[in-house]
Design a binder for this molecule. Sequence first.
Ligand code: SF4
Ligand code: SF4
Length: 327
Amino acid sequence: MKIGPIHSMGVIVNYKCSAKCRHCCYSSSPGWPGDYMSVETAGRVFSWMKSRRVRSCHIGGGEPFLRPEALLSICSLAKEHGIGIEYIETNASWHILEEKTVSLLRQLLKVGVDCLLISVDPFHNEFIPYSKQKELIRLCRKEGMGTFIWPGNFGGDLELLDTSVPHPIKEFDALFGGDYQSDAARSYGLNCNGRAISLCRGAYVQKRPGDIAGENGPCTCLTSTGHCHLDLYENYIPPVCTGFTIALADVDGVLDREKYPALYAAYERGPAGLWDYAKGFGFTPSRERYVNRCDLCFDLKRFLLQNHPTADIGYPSYFSQSDYERG
Ligand code: SF4
Ligand code: SF4
């Protein structure tokens, strides 16, 4: 098992977040440790990118703007290494005073950052009033900072309620009738991992674990490199596979089967392989039905972290902050 040429890469500078969105596949929340990527780690990350001919990346979290000075240092370092920043993801919660926000935008522009991805949807809106995102978008446009509104189709819905305060998702149920939360989850095309699993359970038909294991083959996406990440703990995070980690130091070679047994089990035989592996340590499914292979896989990884931890499974907060037992 080997990680091939990188197609699209992000840098996760923290997992702590000012929000606790129910669709968050990394289970980010205020409950995570306040760790932030150090300049030393960022240097190693950008050097590795250069060695892999990765010319640009995006920056995400958590909420990267929780530590603006550290974020600026990392962006500045990327520039020194010749790595372009495609965009920085943000929920806009940090915007309070126009003067401070403008100053930070100008500093970012100086170090070569010219686009923010600003999240606008009803899940973020449970924690952050839409007025903050709108105001940040306005200031970005005024200062010449590009914006990328993600996902781009919910602004009209958010405008229908008071934009100066956050709104529990149930208010949208009342406004539109029906199950707005599930409709929004389906239209989003969510990655069913982390905290998003609880949301997906309400939005999709669930199946027996045996059927899921029988229907799904090897998880070759573990070596795909579209939208993969490197994080502050110097781990490579495969795309859409929350809970699997690969040490940056190991990414360039063939992965050691003994060090990464769970990863190999999923890669070679999919959820059935990971289930067989976990059975050896006493795993039995905690639920009668699961949404899909990733829901079952998350339960397996959660069990393994608690009962047979190995280097390929992290981190406790992915699971403890996921509200996995809920709903
Ligand atoms: S989706 Fe973004 S804003 Fe929401 S909890 Fe996750 S990292 Fe934070
Ligand atoms: S089943 Fe597991 S390994 Fe496979 S894609 Fe889903 S999270 Fe990744």
